[in-house]
Design a protein around this ligand. Structure first.
Ligand SMILES: [Cu+2]
Ligand SMILES: [Zn+2]
Length: 230
């Protein structure tokens, strides 16, 4: 087998010199790889012409979108935790693309070294604190589940790993292809909620396992707001 020239993709084109590509799938084989995770979050990359040529879908729809949720402890209508730094960003590079979640949850007073359920709840209503954020965002009418399950709510993010200081850091660890920042599955205007208990991912066999993963009460929450493209 001939050695490939540097930069040639493994799925090389079958095109002969001057010849016509006959196989209908040949075009698909020429799709370059998706941007890496590090370039994924780079607005500079996304806004450049590079993207339109790098990904054919993006060529049609360049739809870079970001959203943010600032979480606070809500006790009824009273908001606490003004000195916390609990901010979570959502980024979607193109319509129907994966959503990258990145952020830090500091100072909310979690026990160290535990897992705490977190979900996107359907309502952006915090008039009665986190309690009025409604059920898990579930536009497909499914049961509660794990993020990797087919049977899951769109808003099911599983558990947040709390570290030895009672904080949590999300560094693009969750690439969630179920939620979106546009369309029917858009989480913008809905609420990110972190619970007092661990999410059993629908498998605990408790009365509320298939609805809320037996995650317990709601400690903190924040509405997910849109960040306009600049
Ligand atoms: Cu929840
Ligand atoms: Zn759920």
């Amino acid at each position: 087998m001939a050695t490939r020239a540097a930069g040639t993709r493994i799925t090389g084109s079958p095109r002969a010199a001057g010849g016509k590509v006959k196989r209908p799938l040949a075009k698909l084989r020429n799709i370059p790889a998706l941007p890496t995770r590090s370039t994924f979050l780079s607005k500079r990359y996304v806004n450049s012409q590079q993207l339109s040529t790098a990904h054919p879908r993006a060529h049609i729809i360049v739809h870079f979108q970001q959203a943010v949720s600032v979480l606070r402890i809500h006790d009824g209508s009273e908001i606490q935790g003004g000195s916390t730094s609990a901010v979570v960003y959502f980024t979607q590079e193109y319509e129907d693309g994966p959503v990258s979640i990145k952020g830090e949850i500091i100072g909310l007073g979690f026990e160290p070294n535990v897992e705490r359920g977190w979900h996107i709840h359907e309502s952006g209503d915090l008039s009665n604190g986190c309690a009025s954020a409604g059920l898990h965002f579930n536009p497909e009418g499914k049961n509660h589940g794990a993020p990797d399950d087919d049977e899951r709510h769109v808003g099911d993010l599983g558990n947040l790993q709390i570290d030895e200081n009672g904080d949590a850091y999300i560094d693009n660890e969750v690439i969630n292809d179920k939620i979106s920042l546009n369309g029917r599955k858009s989480v913008i205007g809905r609420t990110l909620v972190i619970h007092l208990g661990t999410d059993d991912l629908g498998k605990g066999g408790q009365a509320d396992s298939l609805t809320v993963g037996a995650s317990g009460g709601r400690l903190a929450c924040g509405i997910i707001g849109a960040i306009p493209n600049s």
